[in-house]
Structure formats: C-alpha cells, structure tokens
Design a binder for this molecule. Structure first.
Ligand code: NDP
Ligand code: 8X3
Length: 256
C-alpha cells in the first residue's frame, strides 16, 4: 500500500514543491492551505502528472475547530497519515520591537506555533497507536539565530526548534520519528511578499545572490523522509552557498 503524507501550506513555496516531489515518488497526499483555488490547482497539477491520490483540505491552522474537523473527516485509507509535514508558516512585518505591529505578532505566534501544535496534537495519536509515523517540521535559520527586526518571527522559529527536540524526546519511544529542516533564505516562495504585505519592491531580497529555492528544500525534506525506519535525521540547517548566517550574505550577484 502506498504511503500518505499530509502537508500543511501546500498552496505555494516549500509546501507545494514538497507535494510535487512526494507525488513523484508515489506518495498519496493530503494537501492543505487557506486559498481553496490554489489548493485545487496544486491537486489538479499533481493528478495530471502522477498516478497518486490527492485530497485537498482547505482550512486555517490557527483555528482549532477547523483543524479538528479536517482531521476528523479523514476516513478509511486517509486515516493513516505516515508523514505530517508541518510547513504552514509565515513572517509578518519587519520592525524593531518597540514599533512592532501587535496584530502581526499574533498572526505569527498563532500560525507558526499554535497551528503547528494543533496539527501535531490531532495527527500524532494515531501514529503512536500504530507505533510508526514521522513528523517533519519546517523550522528556519531564524530558529537558530536572531537578526535585527526579526524578533517575534525568530522567537516563533526558536519555539519550533525547541518543539522538534521536545517531540523527539516524547515520541521516540513509540517508534514515531521527528525531524526538522531549518532553511536560510528560500526563493520561489511567497514568504517575502507575505512578510512585506504584498509590497513587491520591499520583497525583492534575493536579487543580488542565489539563495536555495523551494525545490532544494523539498529535496532535503524528501531525503529526511526516505531514510530507513531505524534512521532519524533530527535537524538539517541549509542555506545558499553565498549565505553563511542570517546576517552574513555575500551579495555579489547571481552568476554561478
Ligand atoms: P509561502 O508563503 O510560499 O508558503 C506558506 C504556506 O503556508 C502557504 O501555502 C500558505 O497557504 C500557508 N499558510 C500560511 N498561513 C496559514 C494558515 N493560517 N493556515 C493554513 N496555511 C497557512 O512561504 P514558504 O514556502 O517560504 O514557507 C513555508 C515555511 O517555510 C514556513 O514555515 C516558513 O516560516 C518557512 N521558512 C521559509 C523560508 C524562506 O526564506 N522562504 C526560510 C526558512 C523557513 P495559504 O496562504 O493558502 O493559507
Ligand atoms: C526565513 C528565513 O532569514 O528571512 O525563515 O528569517 S529569514
């Protein structure tokens, strides 16, 4: 029987690229996100290209009721989620702490931390019951270091980093694997556009160097997932060759 992955935030960026690589490798997919038309487009694209089953579920990970309803409606074969990819997340705003937009803070905390927790809480009990499963969290270099004006986003990703380690401790004895990927800047995503509220000029942060892209990260996630069951990769920090830390980027152009 083929395996099933549930990917949160599969309407764009890393989540969408991950959906494509797992579909290519024969996984059935539950793909989620809030933008229904985009979710359906991704589902159609996958079905056209690959002979796998795809179930799009449109909901907001910040809303516990919606998360509970989405997971409760998984019936039959869809009940068995082999991999949960906690990818949905975002940065909102880029301000010093004393001028930060409190609504932006709430959105980041609710999505990056509470959303990830709600999903994990609803999906992992069946993994524990079966004695198998894999949770993969999309963390960030922002969960390893802090940078100017990154404050609350960095705090949420430090939280994800702590949760990955905590989940690993709690779940390893049940045969459930826990991993994370922690990327630096990733292009072919809507991350920067979302952070700067759709401001295309401000969101041009990748023009003078080559960051990793969403497909590069999807490949790393697939690598983590495709290890033999006795192997648990806990954490992979990955960034473009020209980026050595959050703040150290050699912006010398995009020529290889
Ligand atoms: P994108 O903006 O392209 O993708 C974010 C995804 O998250 C979208 O599919 C979006 O779907 C979904 N999402 C956001 N909020 C919610 C919500 N409340 N409920 C459900 N889904 C939601 O950015 P990325 O692909 O870059 O982001 C994916 C992850 O990677 C995030 O956790 C991000 O923090 C992390 N990351 C990104 C980096 C980067 O430089 N791009 C670097 C390091 C980590 P929709 O809007 O349809 O709901
Ligand atoms: C996204 C990477 O450096 O913009 O998590 O915070 S960064």
């Amino acid at each position: 029987m083929s395996k099933t992955i549930l990917i949160t935030g599969a309407t764009s960026g890393i989540g969408k690229a991950s959906a494509m690589i797992f579909a290519k490798n024969g996984f059935d997919l539950v793909i989620t996100g809030r933008r229904e038309h985009k979710l359906n487009q991704v589902a159609e694209k996958i079905k056209k290209k690959y002979a796998v089953n795809v179930l799009p579920l449109c909901f907001d990970v910040r809303k516990l009721k919606e998360v509970k309803k989405a997971i409760a409606q998984l019936k039959g074969r869809w009940k068995k989620i082999d991999i949960l990819l906690n990818n949905a997340g975002l940065a909102k705003g880029f301000d010093e702490i004393h001028t930060g937009n409190i609504n932006d803070w709430e959105i980041m905390i609710d999505t990056n931390l509470k959303g990830l927790l709600y999903m994990t809480r609803m999906v992992t009990p069946r993994m524990v019951e079966r004695g198998s499963g894999h949770v993969i969290n999309v963390a960030s270099i922002a969960g390893k270091e802090v940078y100017p004006k990154g404050n609350v986003y960095c705090a949420t990703k430090h939280g994800v980093d702590a949760l990955t380690r905590a989940m690993r401790i709690d779940l390893h004895k049940y045969g459930v694997r826990v991993s994370q990927v922690a990327p630096g800047h990733v292009e072919q995503t809507e991350f920067s556009l979302v952070r700067f509220d759709g401001d295309k000029e401000k969101s041009k942060i990748y023009e003078d160097f080559i960051p990793v892209n969403s497909k590069d990260i999807a490949k790393v996630i697939y690598f983590i997932a495709s290890q033999p069951v006795h192997v648990n990769i806990q954490d992979i920090l990955v960034m473009g060759t020209q980026q050595a830390s959050s703040n150290l980027i050699t912006r010398s152009g995009r020529e290889n």
